[in-house]
Design a protein around this ligand. Structure first.
Ligand code: NDP
Ligand code: HEM
Length: 475
């Protein structure tokens, strides 16, 4: 084109011409630059790297990318905050996303976890309501602690996650200084067809480091993109962050008799019952060359498994199996898997065809199955759907069956009493009190003390009640 600065006009003072296709293309493309945001986990950042196997896991899974010590698989990782929009402060108190894509020889394996081992709700039916309560009010467009505490205190299963969120782990110093957890339970299956229930723990090799509430808030004014910048600069400096993958592995038969429901995502499996087993290491050593193409357009899908790995009866996993592919089709389009960052490194064959932005095609291959012309064939042996046995039960809507000791408050209480240091406990109290003081109505504060924190721990409840000027409520 003859100019990038001047549009085509009738003389220097005349009107613009419709025939200026270059200008029209430029303006039209400009307004189409954004794609829809992720519905939550909007603000994030990521990098490429690799996963290396450090222990023989063939007794538990036949997944090819894990089948040899020393084997490396290329990866993409995206870290994120849950509630804030693009432009929001990275250091605000929130859970952090920890989404992993393994580009394996058997197709992409995506593991979409968080920096906490548990979650706020245990049934996908409550998930959109939970997210609504974290985001903005319908009338004012403002965030509301009142809405958050109203939802949490009416959903006591959130107590474990809220204990962690309100602790200093709710304000990680950097993405490099936090652990990642599958949180959900998945299934592994070995070559002999034996099944196991598993949880993934990615332990930071940089060490856990958090900000205090005051440090996190002070950072809002200094650098809204603190976490995104930190990751980028660390990799530029060749300080490649790494995590050790440790697994908790439960034999298939243990689940039925375990003392609480092992598929309930609001619970951890105590380490003394299921110690973590180190099996690999993840290293991030390459920054994206283009943030939009490689991070915004990246899609992670809980349903992307490889043979040897599958879902479990954890309701949240099952509820997530549809949502991520649906989001990818909506945000990026039905051919999202053909965007380079989402492409598997293995060959892919299926009978999907056409659609917007179809890049790869199968030439004159048959477009239907079954066919007599040598089209790709399903392999029921190799790709058997991972499944499990369900008692002959009616399909219904109900809570998880009651388990002995099934209590929403036992584990956060243990965390408070036995794991946290006195400083951790002081910060937890301070953070909760500050959060509950920001526009939270008195009756919700009272519920938070009486029906929530006093049940986690009577001393914790009493301390919060005292700070809020409420009558102390005995457990
Ligand atoms: P353990 O004493 O074996 O485990 C405690 C674990 O808690 C540690 O290994 C560490 O795991 C994590 N942790 C340490 N400090 C904190 C903190 N300030 N805030 C949050 N987590 C912390 O006991 P159990 O396995 O019986 O678990 C006891 C409690 O610890 C649980 O109720 C849960 O709240 C919490 N926890 C347990 C995890 C598990 O998978 N069992 C994982 C994380 C927390 P890590 O190295 O993963 O950070
Ligand atoms: C993102 C749905 C529970 C972690 C998303 C997205 C959807 C979604 C639609 C946007 C995906 C995209 O456009 O790429 C749901 C539903 C849930 C659920 C319906 C409950 C039934 C969870 C849980 C975790 C989690 C329990 C953690 C263990 C994440 C993360 C992202 C995400 C980390 C961001 C992924 C990225 O970086 O692109 N979720 N989710 N979600 N979710 Fe969930």
């Amino acid at each position: 084109m003859s100019s990038d600065e001047h549009s085509l006009t009738v003389g220097p003072g005349g009107p613009n011409l419709l025939q200026d296709a270059y200008l029209i293309e430029k303006l039209a493309h400009f307004v189409r630059e954004p794609v829809p945001d992720r519905v939550y986990h909007v603000k994030g950042g990521g990098a490429f790297g690799y996963f290396e196997v450090t222990a023989d896991v063939s007794q538990w899974t036949k997944a090819a990318f894990l089948n040899q010590v020393g084997k490396r698989t290329p990866m993409l990782v995206r870290f994120s905050s849950v509630a804030g929009e693009e432009g929001y402060a990275d250091t605000d108190r929130d859970v952090r996303g920890f989404a992993l894509k393994f580009y394996t020889e058997e197709g992409n394996y995506d593991l979409v976890g968080n920096n906490t081992p548990v979650f706020f709700v245990r049934d996908p039916m409550k998930f959109p309501d939970f997210i609504h309560s974290q985001k903005r009010m319908p009338d004012s467009g403002l965030r509301s602690n009142n809405m958050q505490w109203d939802f949490w205190t009416l959903s006591p299963e959130s107590a474990h996650q809220v204990t962690i969120l309100m602790s200093d782990r709710g304000t990680p110093r950097t993405w490099r200084n936090m652990n990642g957890y599958s949180s959900d339970t998945y299934m592994w299956e070995n070559a002999g067809g034996e099944k196991f229930w598993v949880k993934y723990h990615f332990k930071t090799e940089q060490g856990i480091q958090n900000m205090t509430d005051a440090e996190a808030k002070a950072m809002f004014g200094q650098d809204l993109d603190y976490h995104r910048r930190d990751l980028r600069e660390a990799i530029d400096r060749e300080h490649y962050p790494s995590w050790r993958l440790e697994m908790q592995i439960m034999p298939y038969e243990d689940a039925a008799g375990y003392r609480f429901n092992p598929f309930d995502i609001t619970k951890v499996w105590p380490h003394k019952d299921y110690p973590t087993i180190p099996i690999g290491r993840m290293v991030l050593d390459r920054n994206p060359e283009n943030f939009f193409a490689q991070i915004v357009q990246a899609t992670f899908d809980v349903a992307n498994f490889v043979p040897g790995i599958g879902p479990s009866p954890d309701r949240m996993v099952l509820g997530r199996m549809f949502a991520y592919g649906d989001s990818a089709r909506y945000r990026i389009g039905p051919n999202y898997a053909q965007v380079p960052v989402n492409q598997p490194i293995s060959e892919v064959h299926n009978y999907n065809k056409d659609g917007p932005m179809r890049y790869f095609h199968s030439g004159d291959q048959p477009v239907y199955a079954p066919n007599s012309y040598g089209g790709p064939k399903a392999d029921p042996q190799r790709y058997r759907d991972p499944g499990w046995f369900v008692d002959a039960a009616e399909i219904m809507r109900t809570a998880y069956e009651a388990h002995r000791d099934d209590d929403d408050f036992v584990q956060p209480g243990t965390l408070y009493r036995q794991v946290m240091t006195p400083t951790d406990r002081d910060h937890l109290v301070g953070n909760i009190v500050w959060h509950l003081s920001q526009g939270v109505e008195r009756f919700i504060q009272e519920r938070a003390v009486k029906d929530y924190w006093a049940k986690v721990d009577s001393d914790l409840g009493a301390r919060i009640a005292h700070e809020l000027g409420l009558a102390v409520v005995a457990r």
